[in-house]
Design a protein around this ligand. Structure first.
Ligand code: FAD
Ligand code: NAD
Length: 482
């Protein structure tokens, strides 16, 4: 007889583990199946985000930022450091420790909430039956009143540069280099390309980023994207736009390198690298996940089709996180995980897909929410803009970290905030203030009337909102309003 649960979750990434914990909190007997094994062949919970994504990349971004600070920025503060050294294996080891701490944390949360973690690969074989194939080859069938599929995503491969995880790597391989590559190629000037490119550039690699599109960060507000391109280029990223990769050749011999062939506006080009990171996007991880007889529908890009509340076309089967439509972001998956659990419990709940914040964790950080100017222009919406540069913020200057700006966009008639776009120090945390404000339908005037601590980076949020109405105090206003 198969073991029976109220809810079985397939995948323990941020969408899956959050869904499982919330289901258990709501009183459902819950199991979460996970197939990921660590280097010691032990099951680890936490998915891409905790094991090879958000957390390890930020650990290395923080480490490499501290290295740059010690090497270049301490002197400005009058701190003399005679020689700054580097131990790359120690950096990687520290990153691994952070990952272990957090993945163990998920295991602890499962125990505390009475979620049963099950090691193995899950496959949906009917609307309420899941076949689990253990790593020892044994198979077990589980029965569930409700199933939540949260199998996540994997990197996209492109034929000209097959990943061998040695010389040509994906994002996972790029978190494991044991020495700094002298010349590093990155394919894709997207989020991963810029974050991981920054890590290794800060540690001394000559980094060349090859991007197929002509426009840098097309999803970002143009003013912010332009500022980002300027700053990142100054930091040493050689970003080549309109570069289409056509092939690659691995060198022979002990010290491997790769020659990448690409075309750009000047014709055919070649570049040689010690390592190459392929970061051209991710795709839903659905291989052998669902028996076709179950009848689950997929969209044309391979995502599991769901409604606004993450229900599939099969009653009782839900899907959330990277395996469904929408941005591939951990926080989007987590909110969907909670929504699905509450929907199963017949509570009314909804994710606000209009207010999903996005962040690129370069330094300075790039963060945005809501609409940008280009989108509003295209939609014919009449809007007003307030911009405040960090160069006019006392706290940013005190920290010698004053590159960038905050831009607030509000509806010209109602004054309701429609978007916020930041490039600057702690942009992710600053943006969150505006996400909360927008969730409560705040106007630019509401933010202007709020008192902000001084001196703080968040005063820039205040001033940008004031500037939208021509009332900024610490910069000249472009257009005065009464
Ligand atoms: P995943 O985290 O991919 O988890 C899915 C889990 O399901 C995995 O553990 C997998 O092993 C398991 N699984 C799959 N199939 C099965 C099966 N058949 N049986 C059992 N288990 C299965 N997002 C952010 O918001 N902020 C960031 O800063 C950020 N940085 C990133 C950096 C990098 C380098 C990468 C690669 C991604 C980053 N992301 C970031 C994206 C983020 O990691 C994903 O959006 C998020 O992990 C998706 O969560 P998920 O639960 O849907 O899937
Ligand atoms: P991405 O979609 O952000 O960027 C991929 C880039 O590669 C694009 O600019 C695309 O034009 C380019 N590209 C595609 N094919 C190419 C080719 N053949 N040659 C040259 N360029 C090519 O994808 P990503 O950076 O791989 O990240 C994957 C996902 O992970 C994203 O959806 C992102 O949301 C998520 N992620 C988020 C964060 C974060 O929130 N800070 C960090 C890392 C990853």
């Amino acid at each position: 007889m198969s073991k029976e649960y109220d809810v079985v979750v397939i995948g323990s990434g941020p969408a899956g583990y959050v869904a499982a914990i919330r289901c258990a909190q709501l009183g459902f007997s819950t199991a979460c199946i996970e197939k990921w094994l660590n280097k010691d062949n032990k099951t680890v919970y936490g998915g891409t985000c905790l094991i090879v994504g958000c957390i390890p990349s930020k650990a290395l971004l923080d480490t490499s930022h501290k290295y740059v600070e010690a090497q270049e920025h301490f002197a400005v503060h009058g701190i003399k450091v005679s020689k700054v050294g580097m131990d790359v294996p120690a950096m990687i080891e520290r990153k691994d420790k952070v990952v272990t701490q957090l993945t163990q944390g998920v295991k602890g949360l499962f125990t505390a909430n009475k979620v049963e973690g099950i090691a193995g690969t899950g496959k949906l074989i009917s609307a309420n039956k899941i076949l689990v194939s253990g790593h020892d080859g044994k198979q077990e069938e589980l029965a569930a009143k409700h199933v939540i599929i949260a199998a996540g995503s994997i990197p996209i491969d492109i034929p000209p540069t097959p990943v061998d995880q040695e010389t040509i790597v994906d994002s996972t391989g790029a978190l494991e280099f044991q020495e700094v590559p002298k010349r590093l190629g990155v394919i894709g000037a997207g989020v991963i390309g810029l974050e991981l490119g920054s890590v290794w550039a800060r540690l001394g690699s000559e980094v060349v980023v090859l991007e197929a599109l002509d426009e840098f960060l097309p999803m970002v507000d143009r003013q912010v994207a332009k500022e980002a391109q300027k700053i990142l280029t100054k930091q040493g990223l050689d970003i080549k736009m309109g570069a289409r990769v056509t092939g690659s050749k691995l060198s022979k011999g002990a010290k491997k390198s790769v020659t990448v062939e690409y075309t750009d506006k000047d014709g055919e080009q070649k570049a040689q690298f010690d390592k190459l990171i392929v970061a051209v996007g991710r795709k839903p991880f659905t291989e052998d996940l669902i028996d076709p007889a179950v009848g689950i529908e997929f969209d044309e890009r391979g995502f599991i089709k769901v409604d606004d509340q993450c229900a599939t076309n099969i009653p009782g089967v839900y899907a959330c996180g990277d395996v469904v439509r929408g941005p591939m972001l951990a926080h989007k998956g987590m909110e969907e995980g909670v929504m699905v659990a509450e929907r199963i419990a017949e509570k009314k709940t909804q994710v606000n897909y209009d207010l999903v914040p996005s962040v690129i964790y370069t330094h300075p950080e790039i963060a945005w929410v809501g609409k940008n100017e280009e989108e509003l222009k295209a939609a014919g919406v009449d809007y007003k803009v307030g911009v405040f540069p960090f160069a006019a913020n006392g706290r940013a200057l005190a920290a010698n970290d004053a590159d960038g700006l905050i831009k607030t966009i509000a509806d010209a008639k109602t004054d309701r905030i429609l978007g916020c776009h930041i490039i600057g120090p702690s942009a992710a945390d600053l943006l969150q203030q505006m996400v909360i404000a927008m969730e409560f339908s705040a106007s630019a005037e509401d933010i202007g009337l709020t008192m902000f601590s001084h001196p703080a980076l968040s005063e820039g949020v205040h001033e940008a909102a004031l500037a939208a109405n021509g009332h900024a105090i610490h910069i000249g206003n472009r257009k005065r309003r009464k």
